[in-house]
Design a protein around this ligand. Structure first.
Ligand code: SF4
Length: 220
């Protein structure tokens, strides 16, 4: 089984960038470019409460952990779960700090409402798969909570979703290994991109070179 070196573990949250735009992900995670914009700022503010690493709560049969760090050497990813709830159950796993057995449930908090793309679901699946690997258990569902609609949605972590998550991470690793920033199609979504001021002039320049060359060759 392939085990990635810790230096090559990719940030799970990066899948948000990767699904939105492969190039944006590479600019941020391979080239270390980052520009704050209002969308990323708002997202961080909303996450503040969920990301309090000192927070741990035990209710009767439920333990709630916030900002729980997870990783998977086999997938080569690492990240922080906003919240993990552990429900006492005879079908669960043992936890070092508490007596009894517990079934874990990852809860990922999101600004805005449900997205049409798979980025939130894939992030949730990867966090869940990390937790499974760390605890030696199987977790069948996870939850997404959306601030804008105040909705909490249960997501089945099924075979199809797992395979899509693995395939997407493999694609990220391929770019990472080659340290390659792809050139992609631009569109109206670029207006919402934190990196458009860095990215678009470069792409436009490349396009100009192509057009220039085509014109030159056409004339000769
Ligand atoms: S400006 Fe457009 S093409 Fe460039 S990184 Fe952003 S979304 Fe991708």
């Amino acid at each position: 089984m392939c085990m990635y070196d810790e230096d090559d573990w990719l940030m799970i949250s990066g899948i948000q960038h990767f699904v939105f735009c492969r190039r944006q992900w590479a600019l941020i995670h391979i080239e270390d470019q980052w520009v704050e914009n209002i969308l990323t700022y708002e997202g961080q503010e909303k996450h503040k409460r969920a990301d309090d690493p000192k927070f741990r709560e035990k209710r009767k049969d439920v333990i709630v952990e916030r900002a729980l760090r997870v990783h998977s050497p086999t997938l080569g990813v690492t990240g922080v779960c906003d919240v993990v709830e552990f429900y006492k159950s005879s079908t669960g796993v043992g936890l070092s700090k508490y007596p009894g057995l517990y079934v874990p449930l990852v809860v990922e908090y999101k600004r805005g409402r449900e997205k049409k793309n798979l980025s939130d679901v894939l992030q949730l699946a990867l966090e869940t798969m990390c937790l499974e690997e760390m605890l030696g258990t199987t977790i069948t569902t996870g939850d997404l909570y959306y601030f804008a609609t105040n909705k909490r949605i249960s997501i089945p972590i099924d075979e199809e979703l797992r395979n899509t998550a693995k395939k997407t991470v493999q694609e990220m690793h391929n770019y990472w290994e080659k340290k390659y920033t792809p050139i992609v199609k631009t569109g109206k979504w670029c207006n919402r991109c934190s990196l458009k001021d860095i990215c678009l002039p470069v792409l436009e320049h490349r396009q100009n070179v192509r057009i220039y060359m085509e014109e030159r060759l056409g004339k000769e």
